[in-house]
Design a protein around this ligand. Sequence first.
Ligand SMILES: Cc1cc2nc3c(=O)[nH]c(=O)nc-3n(C[C@H](O)[C@H](O)[C@H](O)COP(=O)(O)OP(=O)(O)OC[C@H]3O[C@@H](n4cnc5c(N)ncnc54)[C@H](O)[C@@H]3O)c2cc1C
Length: 444
Amino acid sequence: MVLYLIVTGMIIVFFVAPAWFAFRREEAEARVLLDEAMAAGTHEPSTIYPWVNPSLCMGSGTCVSVCPEDAVLQVVEGRARLVNGSECVGHGVCAAACPTQAIELRFGTERRGVDIPALDSEFQTNVPGIYVVGELGGMGLIANAVRQGVEAVGYIAGTLPKRVGGALDIIIVGGGPAGIGASLEATRRGLSHVVIEQDELGGSIRHFPRQKIVMSHGLTLPGLPPVASATISKEELVDLLLNAAAEAKLPICERETVLSVSRLSDGVFEVQTSKRFPRAMRVLLAVGRRGSPRKLGVAGEDLSKVAYRLLDPELIQHSHVLVVGGGDSAIEAACSIADYPTNRVTIAYRGDNFGRAKAGNRARLEAAVAAGSLVVMWKSEVSSITPDRVFLTTPEGEKVIPNDLVFVFAGGVLPTSFLLAAGVEVERHFGERVETLDSTHGHE
Ligand SMILES: Cc1cc2nc3c(=O)[nH]c(=O)nc-3n(C[C@H](O)[C@H](O)[C@H](O)COP(=O)(O)OP(=O)(O)OC[C@H]3O[C@@H](n4cnc5c(N)ncnc54)[C@H](O)[C@@H]3O)c2cc1C
C-alpha cells in the first residue's frame, strides 16, 4: 500500500503536475495572444479562414500544430479559437486534420463581409468574356492560383471567337501565380495574348515578409515537373516562376497598370492601361486581392525616391528616410532601416498610437525610439516632397525634414471598384462555407 502511494505520488509529481502546469502556461499564453490580436484587430480574417464549431471541438490542438502559419489558431479555454485570422492564407490543413470535423473554411464573418466576384464553373463572370482567377476569386494559395489560371485558359480556348481587327485572343491582367499559370497555358495552346503587370512579375510572393513558403497543395506549372518539396524559399519560388516565364518567352509587360476594362460594340474588349489601349477577345483578371498601393496624392510623390514597399533594407545606409503609415508594414520597414546606425529614420503617422500593430512590432519600435535611432511624428501628414526634403503638417505647424527616401505604407486600393466599373457583379459573403479547398473552382 505504501509502495503504491509512493509510486502514485511520484507519477503525479514527475509527470501529471508538470504536464498540467505546461498546459496551464500554454493556455495563458494563448489567451494573451488572443487578447493582443483582438486589440490590434488582427483576429479578423481578410478572406478565407477556419471557423471552429464549439460544440464539436474537443480542444485537441491538432489544428494548431498542423497550421503552417503563425498562431492563426490557438486552444483557449479548452477550445480552438481563431487568433490571428488575418494571417490565414487558406491552406485548409486544419480542417482536414481535425479529429472531430469541428473546422470548416468560410468566407467572411458575420461582422465583416468579403466581396468576391460571382463566377460560373468556368471562372467566367456575369460579363461574358471576362474571367477571374486566383486570389481575387476568393481562393488563396499559390498552387490553386496557378491551377485556376491554367484551367480558365482551357475554358477560354474552347469558346474563343475569331479575332476581330488587331485584337489579341486574351489580355491577362496581373503577373502573379494565376497570371503566370494562365500565360504558360495560353503559350502552350498558341493563343495570342499579353500579361499586363503593374509591378514586377511574381505577384504577392515578392512582398512576403518571410523566407519560407509552404506548398500545402503541390505546385505544377504547365510543361514543368511538379514542385516536390512542401516548403520552398521565397527566392527559389520567384526564380522558378521567372525562369519558367523566360523559358517560355511569355509576353509580359511590367510596370503597366490596367485602369479599366470595357466592351466595345463589336464585342471586343478594350483595356485602358497606364500606357495604352490594347484590345482582346477575352480578358482574364488575375489581380489578386492586394490591390494597388494607396498613394498620398501630394506634390513630389512621383519622384523616384518614393516607394510603396521595402525589399532590401541592407542596401540603405547613410540616408534620411521617412516612413509613412502606422501598421505593421510601416513599423517593420522603419525598424529594419533603423537597424543600420548610419540611417536617420522618421515615421510620420496621422494617428496618435500604433494600436493596430502587433505587440512584437510595437516593442521593437519602442526599443528603436529609446535607442534614438528612430523618431515618430504623431498626427502628422506629408504635404509635399522635394528631391532633398519632406514637408509635413503636424499639430505644431509645418515641419520640414531632410530626406533621401520615402516609403509609403498607406494600405491598398482594393480592386472592387475596378470590377464594378467593368460591370462585374460582386457578392458579399458573411461567413458562407467554402465547399472544398481542392476544388479548382473556388466557390461554385
Ligand atoms: C503574407 C502571405 C503569406 C502567404 N504564404 C503563402 C504560402 O506559404 N503558401 C501559399 O500557397 N500561399 C501563400 N499565400 C497566398 C498566396 O500568396 C496567394 O494565394 C497567391 O499569391 C495568389 O496569386 P494571384 O496570382 O491570384 O495573386 P497575386 O499573387 O496577388 O498577384 C496579383 C498580381 O496582379 C498585379 N495587379 C494588381 N492590380 C493590377 C492592375 N490593376 N494592373 C496590373 N497588374 C495588377 C499585382 O501587382 C500582382 O503582381 C500567402 C499570402 C500572404 C499575403
